[in-house]
Design a protein around this ligand. Structure first.
Ligand SMILES: Cc1cc2nc3c(=O)[nH]c(=O)nc-3n(C[C@H](O)[C@H](O)[C@H](O)COP(=O)(O)O)c2cc1C
Length: 372
């Protein structure tokens, strides 16, 4: 196995099991905060389906390969990272820990992972300045377009390496287990003007279309643009045609359209629709190294974790986030070795087998050629 990169302090904590982290966070957090994070929308069909879909893909390990060294380092839009596991944007992180996004950024940086910072962050760009490793800004296009442009310009000035435009949230869906959350006093403060101000200008603009991608590229000074929240091949293609540099397959962790396809399935469709040189990312139910291998085998360059990182922040602050990411990296290394893969380039679609007996005769399949 590769050793922990020099950026990472030695990890002394016992291995972190995301399932245990959630239980620990549930005990530590007020019930309404836990519910706000854990909940899906509707009756939580998609929340459950995201988790199940990864497990339906059985792994078919190769044997008699030299796996005495396993390297899981890679790059994401050109940025070197210690593993393909990165941190998804989640809003209002000071709800779960006083360090909020600062703790999340520090933990991600110490693990050598990339952070996507939410538009609904409860920490300012200035506070984050010294702590963060490489980070992207997740953007909602707000009804107040001038304010949107201000957020983008300040993110670019503060060092964001890319913009992640979230497109699955024209309206915030009703949550199954959480009605009045987040409370108004936990206000986003990324830039002071974002603070809840009693009008609809700070809400997501439901009128955003593909045509707005060019506008965003313009105001950001041509930062790379990632579109997050795509599950269809035709939409993915249209995003790239409209100027997106990469596509992020997501259904918002089952918090938006309930009944939406699980992301494992969306990933297969999106990957097939795009040229091999366009990076595709995925999130939703990624919980361990096996899920990451499945995502990579379906053609993802990186997999992002949402709730597990929040549970880690809630229970252990920055060190908890670092330990989660380092543990997931170690689990990925072990899984790769047991799959007969010495590097991410060895992870190809033929590692996967469907759980559906109707597909068994066809055995290995898949169309994309190799991992980036
Ligand atoms: C509490 C919470 C807040 C979130 N806030 C945002 C957000 O501000 N912007 C965004 O694009 N996605 C947001 N998401 C979605 C995550 O980025 C990600 O898509 C999702 O959590 C991945 O699924 P997972 O939690 O199963 O890993 C949020 C998710 C949660 C659980």
């Amino acid at each position: 196995m590769t050793s922990v990169p020099p950026t990472s302090p030695a990890v002394t904590a016992p291995p972190v099991e995301p399932r245990d982290l959630e239980e620990a966070a549930r005990s530590a957090l007020p019930a309404e905060v836990y519910d706000y994070i854990a909940t899906g929308s509707g009756v939580e069909e998609t929340l459950a389906a995201n988790l199940a879909a990864w497990r339906e893909l059985a792994l078919a390990p190769r044997v008699l390969r030299d796996v005495s060294r396993v390297d899981v380092s890679t790059t994401v839009l050109g940025t070197p990272v210690s593993s393909p596991v990165q941190v998804a944007p989640t809003g209002y992180q000071r709800l779960v820990h006083p360090d909020g996004e600062l703790g999340m950024a520090t933990g991600a940086a110490h693990a050598g992972s990339l952070l996507a910072l939410s538009t609904r962050a409860t920490t300012t760009f200035d506070e984050l300045a010294g702590a963060a490793g490489p980070w992207w800004l997740q953007l909602y296009v707000l009804r107040d377009r001038d304010l949107t442009a201000t957020v983008v310009e300040r993110a670019a000035a503060a060092g964001a390496r890319a913009l992640v435009l979230t497109v699955d949230t024209p309206y915030v869906a009703k949550k199954a287990r959480s009605t009045a959350f987040p409370p108004a006093e936990v206000s986003p403060v990324l830039v002071p003007e974002l603070r809840a101000r009693g009008d609809e200008g700070v809400w997501q603009d439901p009128g955003v279309t593909f045509a707005d991608l060019a506008w965003l590229a313009e105001v950001s000074g041509r930062l790379p643009l990632v579109v997050k929240g795509v599950v269809r091949g035709d939409d993915a293609r249209a995003c790239v045609d409209a100027g997106a540099d990469a596509v992020w397959v997501s259904n918002h962790g089952g918090r938006q359209l309930d009944g939406a396809v699980p992301t494992a399935r969306g990933l297969a469709e999106v990957r097939a629709a795009l040229p091999d040189d366009v990076e595709v990312y995925v999130d939703g139910g990624i919980r361990n190294g096996r899920d990451v291998v499945r995502a990579l085998a379906l053609g993802a360059t990186a997999a992002f974790v949402g709730r597990p990182a929040v549970w880690a922040l809630a229970t252990g602050g920055a060190a908890g986030v670092r330990d989660l990411l380092v543990t997931m990296r170690a689990d990925l290394e072990e899984t790769l070795a047991l799959c007969g893969c010495a590097s991410l380039a060895d992870v190809t679609p033929d590692l996967l087998r469907s759980a559906n007996p109707g597909d068994w005769a066809g055995a290995a399949g898949g169309s994309h050629s190799a991992q980036r």
